[in-house]
Structures are given as structure tokens and as C-alpha cells.
Design a protein around this ligand. Structure first.
Ligand code: 9WN
Length: 451
């Protein structure tokens, strides 16, 4: 079943798939699969989407139930919150610190955070339907029934983003907290966070995350946490009113990755809508939002390097960082052919996937040649299998089969030790952060079931 090379154990596909399924089952509370057993004992929005993709290979009904749980926590204005809390008190900041219980838009009977995460949910729905169609007629009926049920909440979610987060000047989807990007401490946010000055009245707190990883140096610093917590404080003071939050947040950035994901997901949802007979006017709206977002992502590209950029709204400056987000337009299209080819060549080149020292040939979160690169520090260098999955899936959708299958093969290679790390040290393939991370297990299961 396994072989050992150096210090690393390598599982063969059947054994790896069985272990991935076991992680998803072990982390399942019945109505939701926690993001990880110790570090993240709750449901996270974009994790839940990837998790449902993996669950679909075990039980399509359970995959739909996962997204149902998430959608039942959707705020009345349409926002899907980034965390749906279980009763576990072992994560900070928990619901009391978020203080969302009094937010008028919050749904009754469930406690959540007050920000959102990348809108990958329509991609998950597409994948669940496709998996079910390959499995059986009965599964297809379940998945398509769920797609019909999920249509309205997902359309509302996209409408919330279009209404409250799409700006007319730079056109990118804005975020009000680094956590909304899903890439919390990426160097992409160093400049905007430098402008966040925690007030003296920031209530005291104790971090729990650093107690749950082998090396606290793999997590964001205390200074970063002060800023993360200060932004929450500002949102509480704005009563979580979406427009007031955008107006008052010290952190306001056009996020090119979220923008490209929004374009990809809006187009994907519109296509699904055609298949299930959704209202034509809502499908047309989704295509308009997709086009706006695609255009904005393409326009963000630096004329010299061709790399996509974020935009710091508070200082009015473009942010150049050699992070994986610089390839975002490849997710959704929209670039002229020559510019797109240049970006693909960069991604395939020695500063990224073909860096000679990589253990697995998939792009790290930051280029190993960049000054900011740190091979162990969270979103500042390690490789994240979910990100590889997303780019691979989008490449397959765009007809780039060779790229899609290379990412799949190399992604499996990275995770073949069977520990399902949250992220991986790119030169040694050492798993870091949390072990048995659900979304890693889910995407690996999907990769293994797709060959
Ligand atoms: C804050 C759950 C989440 C992921 C994020 C990842 C990390 C949380 C944290 O874990 O963020 O939301 O406490 O560090 O950065 O992408 O969704 O896996």
C-alpha cells in the first residue's frame, strides 16, 4: 500500500483515497465537516465548497447537505459569512468577539462571523452535478434537485457582491479584511495592513491558533493579529452594515483573485442556470457581473510584467506582489491571447511551477525568487493544494487539458504522504499547519476519482 522514500511515506492512489475519505468522515459532525479537527473546529465558507466537492465522491446527498448547512447561515442581505460556528469554544475569534448576534441581517438560530470569503460555491455546485452525472441517474436527480434549490441563494450571494463590493473606478471586487481573501497574511496585504493602526481601545484577547501548530512561526505574527482584530472592531462599530463597513474600514482593497473567482463562478452559475431552467433575467445578470469582473481582472495587469495586481483603495495604489494571485486572469479569461500566453509562460517557468528545487511542480503561494518568500510561513510561500485544484479545474474548463492533468498529478504527488496538511513546504513537501485538513483531503479525493 505504501512506499517510503527518505523520511516521507508515499501512499498508492487507493490507499490515499481511503485515507482522504476517512479524514472527511472523521471531521464530519453530521451537518458539517469542520475545516480541521483541532485548529479550525467550525465551518469555513470556501472550505465548505471544496469539502463538498470531495464529499460528492462518497455521497452526493451529503455533499448537498454540506452546502445546505452553509446556505442556512446566509445573511438576509445575501452575504455568505466566512465562518459558521459550531458550539466549540476552542477557536479565536469566536462568535462573542465577532459580536454579530445583534446584526439585523444575521439569520436566526446560527452564529457566524461578519465577513465573507472567495465565492467558489458555484464551482463546487458545478463539480457536484458533474460528479453525480458520471455516477448514476439517482445521484443526478439528487444533484440537480439541489442545484434548483441552491439557485436563488447563490444568485443572491452574487448579487450581494455585485451591489456592495464592485467598485466603478478600478472595477475589482473589494475586500475589507485580509481574511476575506482567504490568503490571510499574503505579502499582497503588507502595504494595506501598514495603514491599519489598531486603536488604544482594542479590547484585549488571547490567541489560540499558535497553541495548535508545531511551530507558531508558521502562523501570522501578533502584530498582524492586532490589525485583524482591529478591523473586526471597526465592523462591529459599523453594525455590520455592508456599505458603512466599506466606508469605514481602514483596510479596503480591490482583490484580483476574488474578482477572477467571482467572474469564473458567475459564468459557471449562469451555465448551470441554463441547464436547470433558471430565470433568464437572473442568468443575464450573472453574465453581466462576470464580464465586468473579467474585464477588471484583465485591466489590473502590469503593462511591464504582465502580472495581475490588487488595488489599495485607501492609498490609491496598485500592489505588485509576486504571489499566486498575479495569475488570476487565467482563471476567468479576458486577456488578449498574447498577454495570456505570456502569463502562462511565467507560471510554467523557473520562478514558479518549474522552479528547479520544488518537490512538486505546482505554484507556491509566493514565488521562491521573490524577496517576501518564506517557505514555511502560511500564505507567504508554501503550496496550498486547494489553490492548485482551483487553477487546475479552471484550466480544464478552458480546454487546457495538459495543464489540468499536470496540476492533478503533481498535486497528488505533493499530498501522497497521506497526512493532508493544510499547506506544504515547497522544497521538501513537508506538510505544515494543521494535519487532516478537510479541504486538502477533499481535493485529493476529487483528483484521485477523476483519473
Ligand atoms: C481565518 C480555514 C481557514 C481558511 C483560510 C485560511 C485560514 C483562518 C485562520 O483557515 O484562515 O479565516 O484562523 O487562520 O487562511 O483560507 O479558509 O481552513
Amino acid at each position: 500500500m505504501t512506499t517510503a522514500a527518505g523520511n516521507r511515506t508515499t501512499h498508492r492512489p487507493a490507499s490515499l483515497a481511503a485515507r482522504a475519505a476517512m479524514v472527511l468522515r472523521d471531521n464530519d459532525t453530521g451537518t458539517l465537516v469542520t475545516a480541521s479537527p483541532r485548529l479550525y473546529p467550525h465551518m469555513w465558507s470556501w472550505d465548505a465548497a471544496f469539502i463538498s466537492i470531495g464529499l460528492a465522491h462518497l455521497d452526493v446527498g451529503r455533499a448537498a447537505a454540506e452546502l445546505d448547512t452553509l446556505l442556512s447561515a446566509q445573511w438576509r442581505d445575501g452575504m455568505i459569512p466566512h465562518i459558521v460556528f459550531t458550539g466549540d469554544n476552542d477557536y479565536f475569534p469566536g462568535p462573542d468577539r465577532w459580536g454579530t448576534d445583534d446584526a439585523p441581517q444575521r439569520p436566526a438560530g446560527v452564529r457566524t462571523s461578519g465577513i465573507c470569503q472567495p465565492p467558489v460555491h458555484a464551482v463546487a455546485l458545478r463539480r457536484i452535478v458533474d460528479t453525480a452525472r458520471r455516477t448514476s441517474d439517482a445521484d443526478t436527480r439528487v444533484a440537480e434537485g439541489f442545484a434548483r434549490r441552491a439557485w436563488t441563494p447563490l444568485h443572491h450571494w452574487h448579487r450581494w457582491i455585485a451591489r456592495h463590493r464592485m467598485s466603478d473606478d478600478h472595477g475589482l471586487v473589494t475586500i475589507v479584511h485580509g481574511w476575506e481573501s482567504g490568503m490571510d497574511n499574503s505579502p499582497r496585504w503588507d502595504v494595506p495592513y501598514a495603514g491599519v493602526r489598531p486603536g488604544a481601545d482594542l479590547p484585549p484577547y488571547v490567541r489560540l491558533d499558535v497553541l495548535k501548530v508545531d511551530d507558531p512561526g508558521e502562523r501570522p505574527s501578533d502584530d498582524e493579529y492586532d490589525r485583524y482584530l482591529w478591523l473586526i472592531e471597526q465592523m462591529r462599530r459599523a453594525d455590520y452594515n455592508p456599505d458603512k463597513v466599506v466606508e469605514t474600514s481602514a483596510f479596503l482593497v480591490g482583490d484580483v483573485f476574488v474578482t477572477a473567482v467571482f467572474a469564473l463562478a458567475s459564468e459557471t452559475l449562469a451555465d448551470l442556470g441554463e441547464e436547470i431552467g433558471a430565470p433568464a433575467s437572473e442568468i443575464a445578470e450573472l453574465r453581466t457581473w462576470a464580464e465586468r469582473a473579467r474585464t477588471a481582472a484583465a485591466r489590473s495587469c502590469d503593462p511591464d510584467t504582465g502580472m495581475a495586481r490588487d488595488f489599495d483603495v485607501r492609498t490609491g495604489t496598485w500592489l505588485d506582489t509576486e504571489s499566486i494571485a498575479a495569475f488570476s486572469p487565467l482563471l476567468c479569461g479576458g486577456l488578449p491571447a498574447e498577454a495570456e500566453q505570456r502569463l502562462i509562460d511565467t507560471l510554467d517557468g523557473p520562478a514558479w511551477s518549474a522552479h528547479p528545487d520544488l518537490f512538486a511542480a505546482v505554484p507556491p503561494s509566493v514565488s521562491p525568487r521573490a524577496e517576501d518568500f518564506d517557505p514555511k510561513l502560511y500564505w507567504r510561500g508554501p503550496q496550498w493544494p486547494v489553490v492548485t485544484w482551483l487553477f487546475g479545474w479552471a484550466f480544464g474548463r478552458r480546454g487546457w487539458e495538459r495543464h489540468a492533468s499536470e496540476f492533478r498529478a503533481q498535486g497528488v504527488h505533493l499530498a501522497s504522504d497521506g497526512s493532508f496538511g493544510e499547506y506544504y513546504e515547497p522544497f521538501t513537501g513537508t506538510p505544515l499547519g494543521s494535519a487532516n485538513q478537510s479541504w486538502t483531503a477533499a481535493v485529493v479525493l476529487d483528483w484521485l476519482c477523476s483519473v
